[in-house]
Design a protein around this ligand. Structure first.
Ligand code: TYD
Length: 139
């Protein structure tokens, strides 16, 4: 695997048998943050992209429950991209990073665990504004 600088791999265990596949990741609260919110994204057309914003405070864990998608993140300077696949690991993204989700498979379901409740004020919605915010060292 290529070196990751912004994203951190979140290990999962797979339990596969004739009844199907069960995937588990444990001790997330102590390893990353106290989970306050979850949300999931489905039915994204394959040509659509999501995200295109940064969060000032919010930390997140990303998993593909089904299918796959590309997760591209940036510190305002360098970009890092991973493919998130069902039945493989998830990724932790700390606060203060730009994110873009794209290349969704037709069956992709994205599960996100979040450190904060929804707060529209926590979003930075343009890359230019994000770069300025990073330069100010506000994170
Ligand atoms: P948005 O953050 O724009 O999604 P994405 O980054 O995946 O493109 O959210 C889409 C809509 O859902 C927007 O109207 C805000 C709303 N929303 C909530 O109300 N609560 C939430 O926890 C989230 C993540 C989004």
């Amino acid at each position: 695997m290529t070196d990751l600088h912004f994203l951190e791999v979140v290990e999962v265990d797979l339990f596969k048998d004739q009844r199907g596949c069960l995937v588990v990741s444990e001790s997330l609260n102590s390893a990353y943050f106290e989970v306050k919110r979850i949300y999931y994204i489905s039915s994204t057309p394959t040509e659509e992209s999501r995200g295109f914003h940064a969060h000032k405070k919010l930390k997140q864990l990303f998993f593909a429950v089904s299918g796959s998608f590309d997760l591209k993140v940036s510190d305002g300077d360098v970009f890092e991209t991973v493919k998130v696949n069902a039945e493989s690991n998830g990724y932790f993204l700390k606060n203060g990073f730009w994110r873009e989700l794209s290349n969704f498979s037709s069956d992709a379901i994205v599960l996100v665990l979040a450190s904060e409740n929804y707060d529209a004020q926590d979003y930075i919605k343009t890359f230019d504004e994000f770069k300025e915010w990073r330069k100010r060292g506000a994170y």
